[in-house]
Write a protein that binds this ligand. Structure first.
Ligand code: AHG
Ligand code: MN
Ligand code: MN
Length: 318
């Protein structure tokens, strides 16, 4: 009998309370995956004509994926609010405003890949609200460091749809089986290889990188001989890094002094997964990603995520 997502209830101290949310993520994933496969026939490809809070063009599929994810979080009955890349403000779920959990989400990651039928993903994490349950959830509920995260993970919409997640008891990968209409455990207890793999970065920005990153990357290449892969969708690049080893980075540069990736719904969830898989998740100034105290919902941070040796080499730590 294949092991289904409900097995999460057996994992660690928070598995049982996180299970309804992760099952909700699973339902959203199936809907988003099917939407992606049929988008071209429904006129759902292309720009929506709006911008998100980061000033980026929203794709129609960004907006639709966000709606699907929010509906599925609502349907769990356990989520009081969702902070999304696609929403300027925290979305309070009025029907369940006294519930315990707050979810952060990048509903569709790597959306520049949509036009070329490349892989995209969804990234999420869960924290417990800080406000009292009888108060209205507030954006301050989302401003919690990665040390407070109870569950996090991602969905990769590739040739197969995979849900990779952790409730703080290791990382487990589930693959959607269309025949059984279920996510089935396919990659138990994923561990990042300590050596080997690839470095993954948009090297076109190298001349603008700060903090000696250009020469540190040259050192990494010389010392390790790592090959290079870059999909341009964080979910796909992190998934490969988890399975094959190496490092994914999005450093600060002279144009984007805090890098590009968002702390709450990209860096922290992926940092949590990396550490749970035995890897390392760092930002600049010697800060571990999970130790950064967030100041704003849409804050950006530089990230270096991967094996200890590759991350240390990039950061000049010997
Ligand atoms: P999103 O599509 O959610 O805005 O995220 C895009 C991100 C991330 O997926 C990827 O790692 C990065 O942007 C790629 O950026 P560049 O095109 O600058 O390399
Ligand atoms: Mn993203
Ligand atoms: Mn996105």
């Amino acid at each position: 009998m294949p092991i289904s997502l409900s097995q999460i209830a057996q994992q660690g101290a928070h598995g049982a309370s996180m299970m309804p949310i992760i099952q909700g993520v699973g339902r959203a994933a199936i809907e988003i995956s099917s939407l992606l496969q049929t988008a071209v026939f429904k006129g759902a490809l292309g720009v929506a004509g709006s911008e998100n809070i980061q000033g980026e063009q929203q794709q129609k599929l960004d907006v639709l994926s966000d709606e699907i994810f929010l509906e599925e979080m609502k349907s769990t009955g356990f989520v009081c609010a969702v902070g999304s890349e696609e929403q300027e403000e925290l979305l309070v779920i009025n029907e369940y405003a006294s519930a315990d959990w707050v979810v952060l989400v990048d509903p569709l990651d790597g959306s520049s890949n949509l036009d070329v039928d490349g892989p995209v993903g969804t990234i999420f994490s869960v924290v417990k609200r800080k406000t009292d349950n009888n108060e209205r959830p507030h954006v301050s509920d989302t401003l919690q460091s990665g040390q407070q995260v109870l569950a996090a993970g991602y969905v990769l919409y590739g040739p197969a749809t995979m849900l990779v997640c952790s409730v703080g008891a290791g990382v487990h990968g589930f693959t959607y089986n269309r025949a059984s209409s279920r996510f089935e455990l396919s990659h138990p207890d994923m561990k990042l290889p300590a050596t080997g793999g690839y470095y993954s970065v948009n090297e076109a920005n190298a001349d603008k990188w700060l903090n000696n990153m250009g020469s540190n990357l040259e050192n990494l290449k010389q010392e390790t001989g790592l090959g290079m892969r870059y999909v341009g969708a964080m979910v796909a690049d992190i998934h490969r890094t988890l399975l094959k080893g190496g490092v994914f980075l999005y450093p600060a540069d002279s144009k984007n002094k805090s890098g590009k990736l968002r702390l709450l719904y990209e860096a922290i969830p992926m940092g949590f997964i990396m550490e749970q898989a035995g890897g390392k998740a760092m930002s600049d100034d010697g800060m571990a990603v999970l130790d950064i105290e967030p100041q704003a919902l849409h804050q950006r941070v530089p990230v270096y995520l991967g094996s200890h040796s590759a991350v240390d080499c990039l950061l000049g730590i010997k």
